[in-house]
Design a protein around this ligand. Structure first.
Ligand SMILES: [Zn+2]
Length: 383
């Protein structure tokens, strides 16, 4: 799983010059790529991809234009990424997802210096400093915010950006599969859903029990016994079955209903117990519009089978027992649409977008992003 962190850095003057130069080159090359495609288009020639442009730039253009050799002085991965960004902008335009890519203006546009871990020495992180390719060790303003390499977390890539003369780093960190809960003294957010029952901001996911092989098998059995019951009614009308037979079959169906209900309830109890055991200081959930969802006949069965109402009631009891504050966030809070990294709200996020991608470079599982936003929600009611 990948998690993203953004924090302010405190670069030396020398590092600041390098960052500014790199970002300047990235902006220049991005605009150059746009310009180049525009002129190709005007000449009636074919659009070129970011990759082909990179090759042309390095093997043809720069060797023939020695005054542009300074492009090569900048960190090549960052330059490449800015061309890729230009290509993505074009692709989005061609797919009618956004307007024609616009030129990046100095000081106005959000151009970032991308970096990526290429060898083991890159992207090491200590409590107070982070190793960034071509910059070396850069001081962090907030110590210990980014998980350190020692804890087994690996930084895969990141960006350096400037805003109002302040310097920021945003990194994508790979979280090892060990549980990070248990010692969490802080709060957690839980995103409840139909695909999975609960996605917790501590990294745990509780699947939808109704999709388990065990429950599916029993439900199949239930449908079979229900069919048999209606057959017995028919036969009874024809005088081919007895009242006693029907009673016996009814009992069979009831027992299966009970069995299914028990499995669902036990699963909820187990899930809540496990979450509460991590002893968070608070738990934030969304105020699901259960009754509204129940009115939707496409959803009602799936919603009923997830027992959201029971989940919330039991969670409340357990929280009270353990001194955990249960926070309820308004159902209009756009937990899924907020970028947990930069705070941008993605209005056009579709239900089918399982991965949340933000223009700031943040990439996260949709529901996990929502759970982080719930955890950090500032407006809530206490249940
Ligand atoms: Zn963002």
């Amino acid at each position: 799983m990948l998690k993203s962190f953004k924090t302010e850095i405190n670069p030396t003057d020398e590092q600041k010059i390098k960052i500014n130069k790199t970002i300047g080159t990235c902006r220049y090359v991005y605009n150059f790529y746009l310009c180049h495609n525009k002129s190709l288009h005007d000449k009636g020639e074919k659009f070129i991809t970011g990759k082909s442009f990179s090759v042309w730039l390095n093997n043809e253009y720069i060797p023939n234009n020695p005054d542009k050799v300074w492009i090569k002085e900048a960190y090549s991965k960052a330059v490449k990424k800015s061309i890729e960004d230009g290509y993505t902008a074009f692709t989005r335009f061609f797919k009618h997802q956004s307007a024609f890519p616009s030129f990046k203006k100095k000081g106005k546009s959000d151009v970032k210096m991308y970096f990526v871990k290429n060898n083991p020495k890159d992207c090491r992180c200590e409590r107070h400093r982070l190793n960034i390719p071509t910059l070396g060790w850069v001081r962090l303003k907030e110590k210990g915010y980014i998980p350190t390499t020692k804890d087994g977390w690996k930084i895969k890539s990141g960006t350096v950006s400037i805003k109002a003369d302040r310097y920021y780093v945003s990194v994508l960190v790979e979280i090892p599969n060990v549980k990070i809960a248990n010692n969490s003294k802080s709060g957690i957010g839980i995103d409840l859903g139909l695909k999975d029952l609960a996605i917790v901001s501590n990294g745990k996911t509780y699947k939808n029990i109704n999709k388990s092989a065990r429950l599916r098998k029993i439900e199949k059995q239930l449908r079979r016994e229900q069919r048999s019951l209606s057959r017995k009614y028919e036969n009874f009308k024809k005088g081919e079955s007895t009242q006693k037979n029907i009673q016996k079959q009814k009992l069979k169906v009831q027992k299966l209903h009970h069995k299914i209900d028990n499995i669902r309830t036990n699963y909820i109890n187990k899930t809540i117990a496990e979450i509460v055991k991590t002893k968070p200081s608070y738990i934030t959930i969304e105020d699901l519009n259960v009754s509204g969802m129940m009115k939707n006949r496409h959803l009602s069965k799936a919603v009923a089978s997830q027992k959201f109402y029971e989940f919330r009631t039991k969670l409340k009891t357990k929280c009270d027992d353990n001194g955990i504050e249960l926070r309820i966030v308004d159902r209009w809070y756009p937990s899924s649409k907020i970028c947990h990294c930069c705070g941008n709200i993605k209005k056009d996020l579709k239900l089918s977008d399982r991965i949340y991608r933000c223009d700031c470079g943040y990439v996260e599982d949709r529901d996990f992003n929502a759970s982080l936003n719930l955890r950090d929600a500032k407006t809530y009611e206490i249940a």
